[in-house]
Ligand binder design. Structure first.
Ligand SMILES: C[S@@+](CC[C@H](N)C(=O)[O-])C[C@H]1O[C@@H](n2cnc3c(N)ncnc32)[C@H](O)[C@@H]1O
Length: 382
């Protein structure tokens, strides 16, 4: 086993432009925990490593940078920090709420109002004794101790009565504690683990999270070069990008095939926010699609990959780059190599290969190894 800077690696393949390929391999190998900006304020499955996003961005020019699978917003956060124009899209409303909160750079007066509102909501929640409305209660009560349920409902209610401009950040904060105070094992596991936490801890956690987020956003605001525009993030399918102007760079990490069910994983949060689930059918490469049948799932995923890559290519300026971080799949039907489908999708979209870096990593939990790749493609000048 060899070690690049960072994660332990068995094998490493670099193809194409060796300078870019080697630098991409280094970025992909990073694994140290980062506490910069609001990167850690809200868990999000399969988030890109913030330093990898930062280093990959530095390798490619271009002012307008898009991430069509922006998830919790790692790429847009780093794009703004670099003084560039951040654009993002994702199918998940939960992801967008997190990404918008992480890319915000409010002034001090706003943050003071945010802290003060959260303090008030916390004090009220500590005395709360009211269950959520029936439609929420039915879906969530099995996952929480009664006092956690009362405190959460009080905060939810308090947010709905807060000033309009504070609501997005308050909702993101609420979202950030929903799994932590539940009996669900983690964001990516539906397992149940009952534990005892004293009454009041849910409300206190909300307050603590608010103070932390305010501190991180203040540091972020001060780090962003003057004149950098706000991030433009929207809900939507990556196969149908609708941009007003072309972009010079797309840096993204689409779902690894058969690895997660991104939208259903958020089901507790979606019930608390009273959202419907009509969008789940549009999720690309979901784990559940492989459960229904390997061959069809592979065909659908390959087709969807070609579609989003074609849409991305159309959004690029000639000479612009598409950089894709993707891992091989761990599907119920066995492992899936992502590299062939990704390269085929780029060919279909009329993009040229620039470089590729692939790292083989040990997967101790399954006693095997797994490849992760980063590809750089370019849109031809004519
Ligand atoms: C690997 S995650 C991205 C993580 C992100 N880079 C981050 O750091 O948080 C893949 C994302 O693709 C989104 N997704 C799945 N199907 C989609 C589609 N058809 N259009 C847009 N986004 C989709 C999921 O909601 C998920 O957030």
């Amino acid at each position: 086993m060899r070690t690049t800077r960072g994660k332990p690696t068995y094998e490493r393949i670099v193809l194409g432009d060796s300078k870019i390929g080697e630098a991409m391999a280094e970025a992909l190998a990073l694994e140290e925990q980062v506490d910069r900006y609001a990167h850690r304020f809200h868990t999000y499955p399969a988030g890109l490593h913030p330093d990898a996003a930062r280093d990959l961005l530095q390798l490619f020019e271009g002012e307008r940078v898009l991430d069509p699978f922006c998830g919790g917003g790692t790429v847009p956060v780093e794009v703004r920090a670099a003084g560039r124009i951040a654009l993002g899209q994702d199918l998940s409303t939960i992801a967008l709420r997190v990404a918008r909160a992480r890319t915000a750079s409010p002034d001090e007066a706003f943050l003071t109002r945010l802290r003060s509102r959260a303090r008030k909501l916390t004090a009220i929640a500590r005395e709360a004794r009211e269950d959520p409305p029936e439609q929420v209660y039915q879906g969530v009560h099995e996952w929480y101790a009664p006092h956690a349920l009362w405190e959460l409902e009080s905060i939810r209610q308090g947010i709905s009565e807060s000033e309009e401009d504070l609501k997005p950040l308050l909702k993101a904060l609420f979202s950030s504690i929903l799994i932590k105070v539940s009996w669900r094992r983690s964001d990516t596991s539906g397992g149940r683990e009952r534990h005892h936490r004293p009454a009041g801890t849910t409300a206190i956690l909300f307050h603590k999270k608010t103070r932390e987020l305010a501190r991180h956003l203040a540091a972020y605001r001060d780090a962003i070069p003057e004149g950098t525009p706000e991030a433009k993030l929207r809900i939507g399918d990556a196969r149908h990008l609708r941009l007003e102007d072309p972009v010079q760079l797309i840096l993204t990490s689409p779902p690894y095939p058969g690895t997660y069910d991104y939208l259903p994983l958020q089901h507790l949060r979606r019930i608390w926010f009273m959202e419907d689930r009509h969008d789940e059918a549009h999720e690309i490469g979901s784990r559940r699609s492989w459960r229904a049948g390997g061959k069809q799932a592979r065909r659908d995923w390959a087709g969807a990959s070609a579609e989003w890559t074609t849409s991305a290519a159309a959004a690029l300026e000639p000479g612009g780059h598409l950089v894709v971080v993707i891992g091989d799949g761990l599907t119920p039907a066995g492992p899936i190599d992502s590299s062939q489908v990704t390269e085929q999708a780029a060919r279909v979209a009329g993009l040229e290969n620039v470089a590729r870096a692939s790292l083989e990593r040990p997967d101790h939990a399954r006693g095997t190894s797994r490849w992760e790749h980063v590809f750089a493609f370019r849109k031809p000048l004519s």
